[in-house]
Ligand binder design. Sequence first.
Ligand SMILES: Cc1cc2nc3c(=O)[nH]c(=O)nc-3n(C[C@H](O)[C@H](O)[C@H](O)COP(=O)(O)OP(=O)(O)OC[C@H]3O[C@@H](n4cnc5c(N)ncnc54)[C@H](O)[C@@H]3O)c2cc1C
Length: 434
Amino acid sequence: VARQQVVIVGAGFAGYHCARELSRHHPGTAEVTLINPTDYFLYLPLLPQVTGGLLNPQRVAVSLPATLPRVRLVLGQAAGVDIDAGRIRYLDVDGRPGEVHYDRLVFAAGSVNRLLPIPGITDFAHGYRSIAEALYLHDHLVRQVELADATDDASQRAARLTFVVVGAGYTGTEVAAHGQLLTRELLRRHPRLQGTPCRWLLVDTAERVIPGLDPRMSRAADRVFRRRGLEMRLGTSVTEATADGVQLSDGEFVPTRTLAWCVGVRPDPLVDRIGLPINQGRLVVDEYLTVPDHLDIYACGDAAAVPDPGRPGQPTAMTAQHAQRQGQLAARNIAASYGIGHRRPYRHHDLGFAVDLGGGAAAVNPFHVPVSGPLGAAMTIGYHLLALPSNPLSVTADWTLDLLTGRQAAQLGLVTPDTVRLDSSQPKPSGHAA
Ligand SMILES: Cc1cc2nc3c(=O)[nH]c(=O)nc-3n(C[C@H](O)[C@H](O)[C@H](O)COP(=O)(O)OP(=O)(O)OC[C@H]3O[C@@H](n4cnc5c(N)ncnc54)[C@H](O)[C@@H]3O)c2cc1C
């Protein structure tokens, strides 16, 4: 008898933990296939530390073959689902089409950068959710400081030493915090730039930084940023980006060569193409993570609108914490569908959040108790080391060494601007030419 096939689309927090739970705790249940464009699970919460020159990018890439040896990896992108035939179509990394049959499908394709219809964004801003984008921004920051040193033109130097981050959620907040500490350290290595002002602006339409989280965390981040001279431009948006700078909604034109786009994410566009019901762009599922009327299809993580038991009528927030637990639950409910254990509804309540501000500062609220300063920073690092499925010792070593010897500052130039262009297939404002 052919073994049952479980196919998981996406090896992010949800898909990775689903595959791991199935292969570790229910190894005989079915054959597990994971379709993902890379051979690693990317631990996204530590990307800002890669940009900040504190962590080597390989430390945040968890090898799939090394940590999931019993799972079959298909390196590619799922392109469509034939629900009646129980087949997934995909394109492998060489662009060749293929198909796999499933008895149970777990859809966990996550999310992509969210664009807003603002002129110039796709040309001059860079998104932030891949290793390539994190490395590109690191190199770009180093390059701006080096070019500022090389020029005698004061206005060009000022523009190169002005950095704008749009989006003050946890990603933008951490990118701005680590970016500013990196450029500050770089300036110290350039004696000719001593005393030259270096501006960092964090722009958001919200009235506080990290607006989705506990206000006490926002106040902690606010204090740190004021102390470091980082300008928080709240209640403000970018209305246009050009090669020379960005126009803010408060009327100021900010000359800059750097626009980091951290305005959040939207579910992976594949969700729209599957032809199943969606809510806010996410696949509709019940509390058992199954798609209504399709009990063989599960969805979890950012791509799924999982009912949040703590906020009736709302889907769970797009966080790693939810995605990981939903992936594990999908695995257990699949095992239950084969008669091993009982299926359970999703019941997780938020355990708090950690925002690393670098330099021994953080805003954390474990179990909703606010902690900041060095204790908060130590808790944040400890949390990530426990949550990382591999490499915790190497991460600790990297982090400690770089804190002692200084952040990594060489531009490797491995990522070209074209590789990290924001996806322009999203809606453009009328009249804007790409
Ligand atoms: C920079 C950054 C920092 C963050 N920091 C935090 C944090 O500190 N705490 C927190 O709780 N959350 C954080 N988040 C959010 C968190 O990372 C996401 O909520 C979480 O990754 C969602 O998990 P997921 O498995 O649904 O999707 P993802 O982790 O995005 O994984 C989706 C996977 O699916 C793959 N995929 C996409 N399309 C296809 C396809 N067609 N076929 C096959 N595979 C596909 C992708 O390549 C990826 O591997 C952060 C996000 C970012 C971008």
